[in-house]
Design a binder for this molecule. Structure first.
Ligand code: XMP
Length: 328
């Protein structure tokens, strides 16, 4: 793919020109393809003058922080800081059941934590005589640019999404968006050329508020652990069945409803896991994925046997619209 290869060279050149010989850049990474590709481009362009920050919000997937660290820092050589703010996030979520409130709390806390980490790095680079942080990296894609231009549309108010606009004002940072002219498939091609693992390049999207919007009702540490364990089994079995790439997005949601079951000779009264898998091109509309019965059967057995607190598994057969991809 020579067009993407020339894009890389041009973009690296452009980044170097914008940032200058001493400029410092911060950016949040999530373990998703967009932020990873953007971060890797920065690393190629300016090396350790790009500072990636991964915020552990306590509602990430199974071993997510470890995995992201292994890939970004160890394998791709990106200068990465992992901030464990999980207690802060989880404490603020106590007693909150409203989906929009969850999103606001997580979004605002994220900005707060990211901003304070960026300020810490800013101080550090100043003290080392390497100048201040001047730029904020964002992995914005072309469709996001379009969406924010038409942000008054009804879709914007259905669910609140994150933004870090405050950071730009408070720290007087300038925005740098190397992916702003690209579509998702182009970002994936770019990722491949930048030697990012296939596994990451083809990863399903994951929402900023994470497992918090996949645990319906109150988000407690116990509930997150149940949803996380079930989701891990689900994704593992989808991969084992060779279906991961065919599916656009899949996850397990924990429903805070209890139903009666039987285990050995004992009655159980436990919660429900709902499995979601969709096919979609733009995530504005989506069809539920026709998961083979034998795969479902195996996943259901594993979840019920291995995840304590669950005695029933259901499969979501709703398309978008009228349902959304996430349950909250
Ligand atoms: P819905 O549930 O609106 O989701 O059909 C469409 C796509 O957007 C993702 N999503 C989010 N991503 N922050 C994000 O970064 C969010 O708050 C958020 N809410 C939904 C969802 O996972 C799906 O891919």
């Amino acid at each position: 793919n020579w067009t993407m290869a020339s894009f890389i060279d041009k973009e690296i050149e452009r980044i170097r020109n914008i940032v200058g010989p001493n400029g410092q850049v911060v950016g949040a990474v999530s373990g998703g393809v967009d932020s990873t590709v953007a971060a890797k481009l920065m690393k190629e362009a300016i090396g350790d003058r790009f500072h990636a920050i991964l915020v552990d919000n306590g509602v990430m997937r199974y071993k997510e922080c470890q995995n992201v660290k292994a890939i970004l820092s160890d394998r791709l050589g990106i200068n990465l800081d992992v901030v464990d703010a999980s207690d802060l996030f989880l404490d603020r979520l106590v007693g909150v059941t409203d989906p929009e409130k969850k999103r606001k709390i997580i979004g605002n806390t994220f900005i707060e934590v990211f901003e304070s980490e960026a300020a810490r790095i800013d101080n550090e680079t100043k003290q080392l005589g390497r100048g201040k942080i001047d730029f904020l990296l964002q992995g914005t894609l072309y469709p996001d640019v379009i969406e924010s231009i038409s942000f008054k549309g009804p879709s914007a108010t259905i669910k609140t999404h994150h933004n870090v606009g405050g950071l730009l004002e408070n720290m007087r940072l300038k925005l740098i968006e190397p992916l702003r002219e690209l579509f998702k498939d182009e970002v994936r091609a770019l990722g491949k050329l930048l030697q990012i693992d296939d596994e990451l390049v083809w990863r399903h999207p994951f929402p900023g508020p994470g497992i918090a919007i996949r645990v319906l009702g109150e988000v407690t540490r116990t509930q997150v652990a149940i949803a996380r364990a079930a989701d891990h089994i689900y994704i593992e079995e989808i991969k084992n069945a060779g279906l991961y790439r065919q599916i656009s997005q899949a996850y397990a949601a924990l429903l805070p409803v209890r139903s009666v079951g039987v285990m050995g000779d004992k009655r159980t009264y436990e919660q429900v896991i709902a499995l979601r898998a969709v096919e979609s091109t733009d995530f504005m509309t989506a069809d539920w994925f026709p998961m083979p019965y034998d795969v479902l059967k195996h996943i259901s057995n594993r979840i019920i046997n291995e995840v304590k607190g669950v005695n029933r598994v259901v499969y979501d057969v709703s398309s978008k619209p009228p349902s959304t991809i996430e349950w909250e």
